[in-house]
Design a protein. Structure first.
Length: 132
């Protein structure tokens, strides 16, 4: 997307002029979305399942602290391409895409050194053992 070079604000309610602002290299940041999760308290720790279908594991940033988990990343737009590589006509678009972030506060302290995560069938499973 090209940067917006000029923004024009039209004053309403009887104004007779427009106010124009010239903005160099201004871009709107795409909105972030939050992937769905399921979180479980188990006997030896907490397990979190994150729905990240279509997200390459290299695009996932997982940060774990003793009382919180933050998952960030980016999902590309899932769209088919015609033979020339252009998007085809869109009929519906309900799958979130772009940058995402999800934070989970933990009531129990976890052992950050023993955290394990694996991605399978579009789900990211995070195992967070309780701190001793």
């Amino acid at each position: 997307m090209d940067p917006i070079r000029r923004l024009t604000l039209r004053l309403l309610e009887g104004a007779r002029t427009d106010i124009s602002y010239h903005v160099a290299n201004f871009q709107f940041a795409p909105p972030t979305w939050q992937p769905a999760i399921n979180a479980y308290r188990c006997e030896r720790g907490i397990r979190i399942c994150v729905d990240l279908a279509g997200v390459d594991r290299k695009a996932i940033d997982l940060r774990v602290e003793p009382h919180s988990v933050v998952i960030r990343g980016n999902r590309e737009v899932p769209e088919p391409k015609d033979p020339e590589g252009r998007p085809v006509e869109m009929l519906a678009m309900e799958i979130d895409y772009g940058p995402f972030e999800r934070s989970v506060e933990l009531f129990d302290e976890v052992d950050v050194e023993k955290v394990h995560a694996e991605q399978k069938d579009g789900l990211l499973w995070i195992q967070l053992p309780f701190a001793s």
